[in-house]
Design a binder for this molecule. Structure first.
Ligand SMILES: O=C[C@H](O)[C@H](O)COP(=O)(O)O
Ligand SMILES: C=C(OP(=O)(O)O)C(=O)O
Length: 363
């Protein structure tokens, strides 16, 4: 059986319900990461493009490229057509503002939930609880490859360390979310990643966990995992030198104001890690109200233009249409099914406005 047959078979294997009182049982076999990477592979030109995008992001983080890094796109991807529609528009905008900004598309396929909820395209591509992960992983790779083909860099949160090997070759910037920054397992995962990675502050707003994560993941580690054939192994990483802090606010409120940013930059320097900061304009920094994201964005730009050189990036949750909708039978096209997003028209307007401000007053 070749890799393609294998993938096709596992992608059509329905998830089975198995009541094993003694622990988990196999609900669905998954292909090994290497098999899926071979079946849905990358042309050499795509690999070179991704290497170039990773390097461009590194240079922004290190202050050698003065452009603003902008990670923007849907809170979560739930539908291929609207994701590609968004990507085509974003690519046009990225070309237009490319002198002052590097636009990277959020292609988030795993969602960390506060309690329970839909966990993302990679887990449940049919949005109906059938959890056909083999199909979800294949759809993820196809979509990421198609977005890469459009010429866009991809940003993705890596949540389940075991899944990172199915998509790590396609991603130019990775995130570790607020709920997992403190986890040793995620820090080990980051220490092996080939791309720059942002650690979010914790959900309580604390930044020390992210600073510790940066310090931990720049070292090499030995840790248990799976090799690219899916076999259990003791893995060895080299350490990831390209990590940074993402301020996303916390339970007590926002953390993008001057004082919070200055304190974060001071603490990062004192810890001897990168002082590059990205501000997430959504989540607790906007109180999850998408209409507030432009206020956060403009405040970050004001601080940057006033000389806060640590502010190198922003994140926006943006989709084709404004807001969000509950996951149900009738879904409106281009509307988020997780957190509320800015619509495309506003997103484009605000990015153009920021590009104008940045080009009128280069840092
Ligand atoms: O970005 C997405 C959400 O904020 C995160 O996944 C938590 O979502 P939840 O609180 O709706 O579970
Ligand atoms: C889940 C996300 O963010 P956070 O970890 O900050 O809640 C996200 O960016 O989708």
């Amino acid at each position: 059986m070749n890799a393609l047959t294998n993938i096709a078979e596992s992608a059509t294997t329905p998830a089975v319900q198995d009541d094993n009182a003694d622990g988990p049982s196999v609900a669905q076999p998954l292909p090994a990461p290497a098999a899926l990477k071979e079946a849905i592979g990358l042309e050499p030109v795509m690999k070179a493009q991704i290497a170039g995008h990773r390097q461009a992001i590194r240079e922004i983080l290190e202050g050698r490229d003065s452009r603003l890094l902008v990670v923007m796109g849907p809170c979560s991807i739930h539908d291929r057509d609207s994701a590609l529609d968004y990507a085509r528009r974003l690519k046009q905008l990225a070309d237009e503002v490319g002198d002052s900004m590097l636009l990277v598309m959020r292609v988030y396929v795993e969602k960390p939930r506060t309690t329970v909820g839909w966990k993302g395209l990679a887990y449940d591509p049919h949005l109906d609880g059938s959890d056909n992960m083999a199909e979800g992983l294949a759809s993820t790779r196809r979509l990421m490859r198609d977005i890469t083909e459009l010429g866009l860099p991809i940003a993705c949160e890596l949540l389940q360390p075991m899944l990172s090997a199915y998509m790590d070759d396609l991603i130019s910037w990775a995130a570790v979310g607020a709920r997992t920054t403190e986890s040793q397992i995620h820090r080990e995962m980051v220490s092996a990643l080939p791309m720059p990675t942002g650690f979010k502050n914790g959900t309580d707003g604390g930044i020390q966990v992210a600073i510790d994560a940066m310090g931990t993941s720049r070292h090499g580690h030995r840790y248990p995992g799976f090799d690219d054939q899916g076999r259990p192994a003791l893995l060895r990483s080299r350490g990831n030198p390209d990590t940074h802090l993402v301020l996303r606010g916390g339970h007590h409120g926002a953390n993008f104001d001057d004082k919070s940013v200055e304190k974060a930059a001071f603490d990062l320097r004192a810890a001897g890690v990168s002082s590059a900061i990205m501000v997430d304009c959504s989540h607790a920094n906007s109180g999850k109200d998408p209409a507030r994201q432009p206020l956060v964005l403009n405040e970050v730009i004001r601080q940057r233009l006033n000389g806060m050189s640590s502010l190198v990036g922003v994140m926006l949750e943006s989709h084709l249409e404004t807001g969000k909708q509950p996951l149900g039978a009738e879904l409106r096209y281009g509307v988020s099914i997780t957190d509320g997003c800015l619509g495309w028209a506003e997103s484009e307007h605000h990015i153009r406005f920021v590009a104008k401000r940045l080009s009128e007053q280069p840092v």
